[in-house]
Design a protein around this ligand. Structure first.
Ligand code: FES
Length: 105
């Protein structure tokens, strides 16, 4: 079963400046591209690195550790050394609030 969890307000999330949030013990990176919002696992699939500390260029987040790249829309790895995808989450806004959908056991 899934539930929507409020994670931030739209004012907190600036374009090109990803935001780390924690949802039910999961570290999730939030991204804003114009007025669209995306969310992925914060942990890079290559090694230990926080993607929310990376650079977002267009729809692609650049890992701060080794430069791997992921499309934040699909989680698909786009550049070596990252090759495994990262998880993406559904995101919605309601008024000033951003929500992420998470699975519950
Ligand atoms: S930890 Fe992200 S590319 Fe290596």
């Amino acid at each position: 079963m899934a539930k929507w969890v409020r994670v931030a307000s739209v004012d907190e999330l600036k374009e090109h400046n990803p935001l780390l949030v924690t949802v039910d013990d999961e570290d999730v990176a939030l991204y804003r591209v114009k007025d669209q919002y995306y969310a992925t696992d914060d942990l890079c699939s290559h090694a230990e690195a926080s993607l929310s500390e990376g650079d977002l260029k267009g729809f692609v987040i650049h890992c701060p550790r080794h430069g791997g790249q992921f499309d934040v829309r699909s989680g698909e790895a786009r550049h070596f050394p990252a090759h495994a995808p990262i998880r993406v989450y559904h995101v919605k806004t309601e008024g000033p609030d951003i929500f992420v959908e998470i699975e519950q056991d």
